[in-house]
Design a protein around this ligand. Sequence first.
Ligand SMILES: NC(=O)c1ccc[n+]([C@@H]2O[C@H](COP(=O)([O-])OP(=O)(O)OC[C@H]3O[C@@H](n4cnc5c(N)ncnc54)[C@H](O)[C@@H]3O)[C@@H](O)[C@H]2O)c1
Length: 419
Amino acid sequence: VSTIADPSLAAAGAARIAWADAQMPVLRSLRARLAAERPLDGLAVAACLHVTAETANLVRALRAGGASVALCAANPLSTQDDAAAALVAEGAEVHAVRGEDSGAYAHHVATLVGARPQITLDDGADLLTVAHAAGMAGTLLAGTEETTTGLLRIRGLAAEGRLACPVVAVNEAWTERLFNDRYGTGQSALDGILRATNLLLAGRTVVVLGYGVTGQGIAQRARGAGARVVVCEVDPVRALEACMEGFEVLPALRAAELGEVFVTVTGSAGVLGAEHLERMRDGAVLANAGHFDVEIDLDALREAATGGVREVLPLVEEYLLADGRRLNLLASGRVVNLAAGQGHPPAAMDLSFALHVLVVEHLARHGAGLAPAVHPVPEAIDREVARLKLASLGVAIDVPTAEQLAYLERFRAVGWPVA
Ligand SMILES: NC(=O)c1ccc[n+]([C@@H]2O[C@H](COP(=O)([O-])OP(=O)(O)OC[C@H]3O[C@@H](n4cnc5c(N)ncnc54)[C@H](O)[C@@H]3O)[C@@H](O)[C@H]2O)c1
């Protein structure tokens, strides 16, 4: 029996799911194959993910393959009640209500775990940690994990020798990093900033702090919109990479004087602090795309704002400094693409969820033989997802000849670094 807000939202949800489906060609092709082959027949899957139209398409693909799927929300604020209603109308089990309190949330996770699933799909490791805490992990065949934070928890369990089943680190697959982080967040972080401010990026100086996979996406997209992009880094290799890409690379204190829009995306804390705020231009916009709201030093900003803080637009707070300069903080320093934008586009989630489907299929076949540890996504699955995406784009590539493969193999045999 499901727990959702309102079953009458099913038609609206079905429309939203269909819109997402049209932009998820890889998952669609997998759904068709799985429906024909039914490799997941009888498999019980529990998923604790964002309950959205994109996730609904993942659930549909797994069910097409023969799995029974129960879904609850990894974050009560991202639940789309209409998508949940549409899934229930199709026969899936869903326990998610937008805005549910932490008691209801915990109850839903416990309900899924109590039904003794064989495979868990997690975004933050809640199913897996609750299953372990309840002593019910022994019956799990395997799990998958979608976030860095979740993997930290799972690796913690493994380090204590308590991890009872194999877990596949889906979020570390290369296709996931490319699509979710570089292209998904690269675009959606800028989208969030533009929705909140309606700024014209062309001709403006945008400072990107952190040139990792995600920062690279943001820097590229900002340049594409005509901005002058400055990159700040602490890693010499990444900084060099930014230089070679033609970005201006500066220490953050110098960039602070030039920037009109700042985006932190380092995974670290206090990247923009009091000494940076002191140097910023009047009207500067501050946004964070890193996981936690600690990259911009919010205490320092509040302390500097002796003239007060006011909301000038939804999600835009103006901090008035003693000398009359105004600094504009977006979404209270929380992840700007989720707080002010629509999160990852369906086309980005297409690849993430295609990985999940192929990993679940792999686990259904080989999970029993895997050690209770964190495992990478098999390279063949990463390549298959990329191949399917290329096919959906109508892009053909070459295949190495047998002679070429043998040639490369000779070098592999002597440890030559062939990628
Ligand atoms: N908003 C989203 O949807 C989303 C998506 C993916 C990742 N993230 C988050 O973005 C952050 C970065 O993720 P990533 O995958 O790009 O990580 P990454 O490790 O690939 O890159 C982070 C980069 O920041 C640099 N850095 C660290 N401290 C710095 C500092 N003080 N100043 C300048 N640069 C610094 C590092 O050298 C590194 O190159 C993480 O918090 C991650 O959770 C958010």
